[in-house]
Design a protein around this ligand. Structure first.
Ligand SMILES: [Zn+2]
Ligand SMILES: [Zn+2]
Length: 330
């Protein structure tokens, strides 16, 4: 089969790889579409010790089951493989399972024609769901989870809150769309990349600004800040922008540099909330939202053949990709 293989820092090769052979308890899935994630970029930059080349990356995928009871069915992959029997798994928080594994990390990912994945990781989708839209399930669920956890802590309903999203990648864009869907009326989105600002502007759901520019929103004015970058700089900006009594929902994983103003967090009763991925229920809710059209047209997604994947990674790396999400098709 053809696959896009991460072979070295800043290097991907589109080449022949052995097709996975069916394993008991696992489904062989023919991939229809698979999105490039910020974490794939992190690996590509050689910054992820967990992703060691040569490796097939990719975990935001939809495809057709080739064997077993679900043969012929179109499914979205839940990329988080968990033990299924610890307290977190059984309590509905499988994202916190100590034994969790992600496809495209230690085992092969979905930038390929085929993948093997445990049968319990297959998620039902409406069979007429567009494959590009379905491939957005995982990033949409990540944003949904971040908004959902923050919503439980906010002192006022989201519809009455002012919200700021830092980062106009797909997680930031989906966070803004989720906030709008939930009735939030004052949404701001900051990104330093002009192409991404242009795309975010067209969504029509947020006031878009350049955090390095001069026209900044008022400091201390946001009940909720969602940090979809996760760098020292965005943590510092979050602490500056959040209102007293507000919530910082931290979902990005760019670096681990200092930036948090813990004195302000304490004196102003600001909640700093970490978010990691999604529950299975979040994934199902994301499929429903995407399929129903509740998040708008999604025409900002860029689709390319898998054979052009290396060029797509290069474009994102150079900051030349205007779309916050590029989806590859084998
Ligand atoms: Zn992802
Ligand atoms: Zn578990």
């Amino acid at each position: 089969m053809k696959a896009l293989v991460y072979t070295n820092t800043l290097e991907l090769q589109y080449r022949d790889e052995p097709k996975p052979t069916p394993v008991s308890g696992e489904a062989l899935v023919q991939i229809e579409a698979v999105g490039i994630c910020g974490s794939d970029m992190h690996a590509y930059h050689g910054h992820d010790a967990r992703r060691v080349p040569p490796l097939i990356l990719g975990h935001e995928a939809v495809g057709v089951v080739q064997n077993g009871l679900q043969k012929g069915k179109r499914v979205v992959l839940n990329p988080l493989i968990t033990c299924g029997h610890c307290n977190h798994c059984q309590g509905g928080r499988s994202n916190l399972c100590a034994e969790r594994e992600l496809i495209g990390m230690r085992r092969a990912g979905a930038f390929a024609e085929y993948i093997n994945i445990p049968e319990r990781n297959l998620l039902d989708i409406p069979q007429d769901m567009d494959s590009t839209v379905a491939s957005l399930t995982e990033p949409a669920a990540t944003s949904l989870h971040a908004v959902y956890l923050a919503e439980k802590i906010l002192h006022r309903p989201l519809s009455e809150c002012r919200a700021l999203v830092l980062g106009g990648g797909s997680i930031g864009v989906f966070a803004a769309l989720m906030l709008k869907h939930k009735g939030c009326k004052a949404i701001y989105l900051g990104d330093t990349n002009a192409l991404r600002r242009e795309t975010a502007d067209k969504l029509g759901c947020a006031t878009v600004y350049d955090p390095l520019g001069s026209n900044l929103p008022e400091a201390g004015s946001f009940d909720l800040v969602i940090d979809a970058v996760g760098s020292g700089r965005t943590r510092a900006a979050s602490c500056e922008m959040v209102a007293s009594g507000g919530v910082i929902s931290h979902v990005g994983l760019q670096d681990n540099e200092p930036g948090l103003d813990t004195r302000r967090l304490t004196l102003d009763e600001i909640t700093f909330l970490g978010n990691y991925t999604y529950s299975v229920v979040d994934l199902k809710a994301a499929i429903d939202l995407l399929y129903s059209g509740a998040l708008g047209s999604l025409n900002w997604v860029d689709t390319r053949p898998l054979s052009d994947g290396a060029a797509a990674f290069g474009e994102i790396h150079e900051g030349k990709a205007g779309s916050p999400k590029i989806v590859l098709r084998p």
